[in-house]
Structures are given as structure tokens and as C-alpha cells.
Design a binder for this molecule. Structure first.
Ligand SMILES: NC(=O)c1ccc[n+]([C@@H]2O[C@H](COP(=O)([O-])OP(=O)(O)OC[C@H]3O[C@@H](n4cnc5c(N)ncnc54)[C@H](O)[C@@H]3O)[C@@H](O)[C@H]2O)c1
Length: 242
């Protein structure tokens, strides 16, 4: 019997996949499940294509390139993201809009481009990365990040509704604090806060980017989750369940 987690013969695009982040690990996970993986990021380190998710033409060209090179697109993982730790009254309009543009607008642009291709093929799976803060906020001031990531959760639901009749699922993975990635590396300078984050979980530890995300990601990226769509799947050690 073929495993429902098997991605052999399928093509996956992972964006935000430069070395050191959750996207890089996600690319490895879908590759290990058998998919042909195409990676992209603004940062050219260890990816096939350099692309800015805020650039409409670049996003459309990226998806067109995957189709031209591989003839199909079965899975999109959108792990590109930007965090800004700053109090609201020190955040400029430009900074706020940049975070929203990368996290929310970029997600919508990528989902739109991939969704069109998948809908035409009658199948596909889209996984957007949001955060444990999709429906709540945390102790660190980062209003632009919280706002943008709540938007990612709801744009996911909206596109799931529109793409569902075409055989395409759209879901969110919502990590808690996974350490260390490029985004969370600055926490290393603040061991007390790192410890607070770990204790705030039910499991009493931070997420390990090399081991803790792979299973839930593969579930949403594979036929195993064929009847799951429009969902935010929390991978947070129980943080959101208190
Ligand atoms: N690491 C965590 O603990 C954690 C927790 C919750 C949510 N997340 C989310 O997971 C995703 C990955 O986070 P990470 O920890 O791997 O961070 P990261 O900073 O290591 O990775 C994010 C990647 O996005 C890329 N990127 C930024 N702007 C881009 C743009 N305009 N176009 C294309 N690529 C761009 C960066 O170059 C980087 O490689 C993000 O969406 C983040 O919000 C991470």
C-alpha cells in the first residue's frame, strides 16, 4: 500500500527556504517524502531561485518557472517571513507596511499564483506559515508581526473556501517558538526570555527546528490530510491550549 505521506512524483515549491530557517527544514522534509523540490528566497543562500514575495511579477514568474521546468505544481510551502520587535510608537509607517507586505501580501501573492495552477490541475496543497500568535499576542512588542500573521490565518481560510471546490487545500502551520532559526537567534542573547518561552509551553521546552515541525508539515503537504482545509494547525508544545 502506498503511504498517504508519500510525495513521489510530486513537485513542491518551498519559499523562504534559505539556509538556517524553518523553510530550509521544510524543503528537506518534503524532499525526504519523495517530492521534487524547488526552493526560493530573497536571500540566495542555498536556494534554486532568488525571489521577493512582495514583487507580484517575480512571484508569478517563479511559479511559471516551476511549471516550465517540471510540468506541475502539487505543493506550495510559504515560509518567507519578517519579524520586527519594536514598540508601536517607535515603529514607522514604512516598517509596519514592510512587515505586512512580506508576511501577508507576499503570502496572498504566492497563494494566488500557485492556486491558479493547482485549481486548473484540479488538485494541490498550500501550507502557509503563521505563528502561535495568529489569534493572540505575546509579551514582546511586535504589533506589525502580530497583525500580519493574524491576516495570514484568515487569508488562508478565505482561499481555502475559494479553492476547495477545485480540489486544492489551504492550511496554516502555526509554530510556537522554534529555536534557533535566523528569526529567533536574537533570543540567544536573552536566556531569561528564552527560558520563559520554554516554561510557557505545556511540554516545558522550545520547538526543535530539525525535528518538531516535520510531521505536522508533511501531514498538511501530503494526501494524508486530504479532508483538512482552512485550518490553523498549532505546533507549539501546547502554548495555545492553556
Ligand atoms: N522560528 C520560529 O520560532 C517561528 C515561530 C513562529 C512562526 N514562524 C514563522 O515561520 C516562518 C519561517 O521563520 P524562520 O524562523 O525560519 O525565520 P527565518 O528568518 O530564518 O526565515 C525566513 C525567510 O524568509 C525570507 N524572506 C524574508 N523576506 C522575504 C521576501 N520579501 N521574499 C522572499 N523571502 C523572504 C528570509 O530571507 C528568510 O530566509 C516565518 O513566516 C515565521 O514568521 C517562525
Amino acid at each position: 500500500m502506498v503511504s498517504p505521506f508519500d510525495l513521489a512524483g510530486q513537485v513542491a515549491l518551498v519559499v523562504g527556504a534559505a539556509a538556517g530557517g524553518l523553510g530550509e527544514r521544510a524543503a528537506r522534509t518534503v524532499a525526504e517524502a519523495g517530492a521534487t523540490v524547488v526552493t526560493a528566497d530573497l536571500d540566495p543562500t542555498d536556494v534554486h531561485h532568488t525571489a521577493d514575495v512582495t514583487d507580484e511579477a517575480a512571484v508569478d514568474a517563479l511559479v511559471a518557472r516551476v511549471l516550465a521546468d517540471h510540468g506541475r505544481l502539487d505543493v506550495l510551502v510559504n515560509a518567507a517571513g519578517l519579524m520586527l520587535r519594536k514598540p508601536y510608537d517607535e515603529t514607522t509607517l514604512e516598517e509596519f507596511e514592510r512587515v505586512v507586505r512580506v508576511n501577508l501580501t507576499g503570502t496572498w501573492l504566492l497563494d494566488r499564483a500557485a492556486g491558479r495552477v493547482m485549481a486548473a490541475a484540479g488538485s494541490g496543497r498550500i501550507v502557509n506559515l503563521t505563528t502561535v500568535y495568529a489569534e493572540r499576542v505575546g509579551p514582546v512588542p511586535e504589533s506589525a508581526y502580530y497583525a500580519s500573521k493574524a491576516g495570514v490565518a484568515n487569508v488562508t481560510r478565505a482561499l481555502a473556501a475559494e479553492l476547495g471546490p477545485h480540489g486544492v487545500s489551504v492550511n496554516c502551520l502555526a509554530p510556537g517558538v522554534f529555536y534557533p532559526t535566523k528569526m529567533t537567534a536574537p533570543l540567544g542573547a536573552d536566556p531569561e526570555r528564552l527560558d520563559w518561552f520554554a516554561k510557557r509551553t505545556m511540554l516545558g521546552r522550545l520547538g526543535d527546528p530539525d525535528t518538531d515541525l516535520a510531521g505536522p508539515l508533511l501531514l498538511l503537504a501530503s494526501p494524508a490530510a486530504s479532508y483538512v482545509t482552512g485550518q490553523v494547525v498549532y505546533v507549539d508544545g501546547g502554548w495555545s491550549a492553556w
